[in-house]
Design a protein around this ligand. Structure first.
Ligand SMILES: Cc1cc2nc3c(=O)[nH]c(=O)nc-3n(C[C@H](O)[C@H](O)[C@H](O)COP(=O)(O)OP(=O)(O)OC[C@H]3O[C@@H](n4cnc5c(N)ncnc54)[C@H](O)[C@@H]3O)c2cc1C
Length: 395
């Protein structure tokens, strides 16, 4: 293993890989990315729903989406990896007057930034997502350039391109300490020895707080367990000849979110992927599937998508959201330790923002103008009042 590097990146999910890729594109190639697992993208990145949307409630996140979706659309040509990106849209279903008011304001904001978003009534929503029960729906928003992509493909694309440009990727190496001397980063300690480096990037996803502590920095990111279930059409609702045509669910990969309950779903191969946030969640690193949560989800799910009543659940997994107090990410220098950088706390929407977030941090590290306002992402905001401008669409 190399003993010195210009930049050490801790964590081989979509964020670490994106930073490595964008650094090499800026001529910073003496980069070592360390991942403690035997494979990349086995953390939150490998467990997410693949959703990609422009529809956020604050300008900072919408701007991240515009840039990120642009790169995802060009990914195969520019980065050299297929990512199975289906732009069949995101449909938000709204069933309270308060949500309708909020979404009307947010649609105006999204449009002012150049995002094409449609306002639909219940019948329009049912047209976009056949099989939906639209009782109680007062309105819906739909952006057809939103969609679903492959998180592993994106991570591996970034990682392979970074490696080809000179970056080193070490798997099965755990960072156990960060060396700080005179208020500056000096390197990392790992399960396979130390690496001297003047710059260390914390890209450890839900473990960001632990990595921060190693440098004496408080990174306010907490882990929350989220489940994903995969449903298959039951034998009774299909015939061998037409597995899907008989199942009354959308045939496109439109991602539908029932905003009040946070129940969401999209087609996944021959099945249907769905999930929902839980009530009274508390921070945990436990990713065991809580099967007793499934009946709660099914009650809500069947009310919106009756075809799920006949489905069988083929499998399920749980992963961790990495959540900040205002549900906005931290991108940039850590307050208090020179040479320590953070790309953390994406609060349930990090996969889709990894292209822009990695580019921004690479610009900051390389001493370039990141061409965006870093204030909403500043680590230092938590010392003042960050919550006022945070993200309201954490699903
Ligand atoms: C169920 C679920 C659904 C989601 N759905 C979506 C979605 O639809 N769209 C979307 O955009 N986002 C979604 N997300 C969020 C998204 O997955 C995350 O925001 C994103 O993957 C964060 O990427 P990351 O690289 O920061 O973290 P991770 O992918 O967790 O990567 C961090 C890596 O750091 C490594 N690491 C930790 N500590 C150390 C150490 N000491 N030494 C070395 N390595 C270490 C870990 O092993 C891990 O591989 C979802 C998340 C979950 C859990």
């Amino acid at each position: 293993m190399k003993r010195t590097a210009e930049v050490v990146i801790v964590g081989g999910g979509c964020m670490g890989a994106s930073v490595a890729y964008h650094l090499t594109r800026r001529g910073v190639t003496d980069v070592v990315l360390l991942e403690r697992e035997k494979l990349l993208a086995t953390g939150s990145t490998g467990r997410n729903a693949g959703g990609v949307r422009h529809q956020f409630s604050n300008a900072a996140n919408i701007t991240l989406s515009i840039e990120s979706i642009g790169l995802l659309e060009r990914f195969a040509d520019e980065v050299g990896q297929a990512i199975d990106f289906h732009q069949d849209g995101y449909l938000f279903l709204l069933s309270t007057d308060a949500s309708v008011d909020t979404f009307r304001r947010n649609v105006a904001l999204q449009r002012s930034l150049g995002v094409e978003v449609d306002w639909l009534d219940a019948a329009g929503a049912a047209k976009v997502a056949p099989g939906l029960r639209t009782d109680g729906i007062l309105g819906a928003t739909f952006c057809r350039r939103d969609g679903v992509a492959d998180p592993n493909g994106v991570t591996m694309g970034f990682a392979k391109a970074a490696q080809a440009a000179g970056a080193t990727i070490e798997r099965d190496v755990e960072v156990t300490g960060i060396r700080v001397s005179g208020g500056r980063v000096a390197g990392v300690e790992t399960s396979k020895g130390a690496i001297d480096a003047p710059i260390v990037v914390n890209a450890a996803g839900p473990y960001a707080k632990q990595i921060g502590r190693m440098a004496g920095v408080d990174v306010p990111v907490d882990p929350y367990r989220r489940h994903i279930f995969i449903a298959q059409a039951s034998q009774a609702s299909t015939s061998a000849a037409s597995t899907w045509s008989d199942w009354n669910v959308p045939s496109s990969r439109v991602l539908v979110i029932d905003f009040e309950t946070t129940f969401y779903f999209h087609r996944e191969g021959a099945g249907l992927l769905f999930g929902m946030g839980g009530k009274n969640e508390t921070p945990t690193f436990d990713t065991t599937v809580q099967w007793d949560f499934l009946p709660q989800v099914i009650d809500v799910a069947v009310a919106r998508l009756p075809a799920l009543a006949d489905a069988s659940i083929s499998h399920a997994w749980a992963g961790l959201y990495e959540v900040t107090p205002d549900a906005n990410p931290i991108i940039g220098a850590a307050a208090g330790v020179d040479g320590f950088f953070l790309i953390n706390g994406f609060s349930g929407h990090g996969f889709q923002h990894s292209p822009a977030a990695g580019r921004i941090l690479a610009d900051v590290i390389a001493g370039r103008d990141p061409k965006c306002d870093l204030t909403p992402f500043a680590h230092a905001r938590f010392a003042t009042d960050g919550a006022a401008t945070g993200e309201k669409y954490m699903v």
